[in-house]
Design a protein around this ligand. Sequence first.
Ligand code: NAP
Ligand code: MG
Length: 482
Amino acid sequence: MPDTGILIGAHRVAAGDGRTIEVEDPATGKIIAHVPAGGAHEVDAAVTAARKAFESRAWSRMRPLDRARIIETIARKIEENAAELALLESYDNGKAVHHALAVDVPAAVDIFRYMAGWASKIAGQVNPISGDGRQYHSYSVREPIGVVGQIVPWNYPLAMAAWKIATALAAGCTIVLKPSEVTPLTALRLAELALEAGLPEGVLNIVTGYGHEAGQALVEHPGIDKIAFTGSTRVGKQIVQTAARDLKRVTLELGGKSPSLIFADADLDKAAIGAALAIFFNSGQVCLAASRLYVERSVYDQVLEGVAKVAQSFKLGHGRDPDTMLGPLVSRAQQQRVLDYIDQGRAAGAEIVTGGGTGPTEGYFVEPTIFANPDPDAAIVREEIFGPVLVATPFDDPEEVIKTANNTRYGLAANIWTRDLSRAHLTARKLQAGTVWINTHGMNDPSAPFGGVKESGWGREVGEEGVLLYTETKTVTALLDD
Ligand code: NAP
Ligand code: MG
């Protein structure tokens, strides 16, 4: 277990009022740790530490290649502690430890390694200004935005924290991060590793606490220059309203209701496996989960049968069981939310192809569930469930299905299965989504900007675009008096 105190500078503190939050293993319901329930007081102390670190320029003005070396060292420390981090993530979130080892931990390693490179590559430009005919030298530089508040959810706790922290560090910012109250442990451990790697104290501060307390206090704090948030669209909208008071910069990675589109000419076996993994991986608790499946009518029954077979083959279980494919949902509340949607789907007359129950009795499990032919206006088709629930619908007209796929307030991701290259790329152009995958799903990479259109968010994370969103542009123009 990492030290579970709030991290301010290099010090661990309890909440001033002594309150704590129980951290639970969702496979058993057992309490595995307590973390402080930080609030406005702790957030203020953390912001003060981050501000001091920013103004000392110990980080932002460190030689770029030295910053790169420290960020790279964090990657190496994560790699060296992979087994421990995966186990911690499994206990905290419920996911299979071998999935955490194969997906979550490598994602964290990769982002630090990739962002280490950016620390020495953030350049500006020379502006070829016309001016008034006299000679000018004009250039623009990218400066770190300052002190950033980062708020992350519980579905990929380590990887989401790593995406945010590594990017902000590359840009030269200092950080106050609030993990989800449900899964605070790996962010706390990551911060320990960052300090061991030589990150100067105060550059990364972690405040555990509830969203409506610590999270809200961070968004309200006048000492924060930017909020980077990953979570629900509902909370994202609240953050925008609060941040409007002092026009903090805001980037948002929010919810989704992403479509899978399977055309009759696709490799149908691969498409069925792909569509099943696209919704059921991580028990559906994935922002980019493809929770709506549209299949060309001539192959609809065949594909649906294939997806259902894959769904039934997933073994539900404890995250430490090596045979487990799908762990429990993260909490009782999340399990109940998903079961309520399944009840609504049944009540709305959609047909259950497979699943619908809770599976193993102990722990917060939900079986991979497929609804066929739902009413297009039903809640299960329109709203993000954030659980292992897929809705499947046949289509006849390839143009019409693009309209149907786009008929949602979300626009995070989409996938297309076809062997027709022109159709694949033309459909990709027409889909309203931040990411479109062709004959695959979920391939994220530190080099590929990620984010959503419409109510799925503002801005992009990772890649060059992600780094630049942690900077402000300053233009400097000099008159050359000759
Ligand atoms: P959430 O309720 O919005 O919470 C996300 C984070 O915000 C948590 O750390 C939460 O803290 C905090 N929070 C809650 N209320 C807050 C407030 N008023 N002010 C500031 N912070 C607040 O979302 P969730 O249920 O944890 O996560 C699931 C959602 O995240 C889904 O909608 C999913 O699509 C989205 N998500 C998006 C992406 C993406 O990249 N687009 C990735 C993963 C997840 P507490 O947990 O402590 O309350
Ligand atoms: Mg937990």
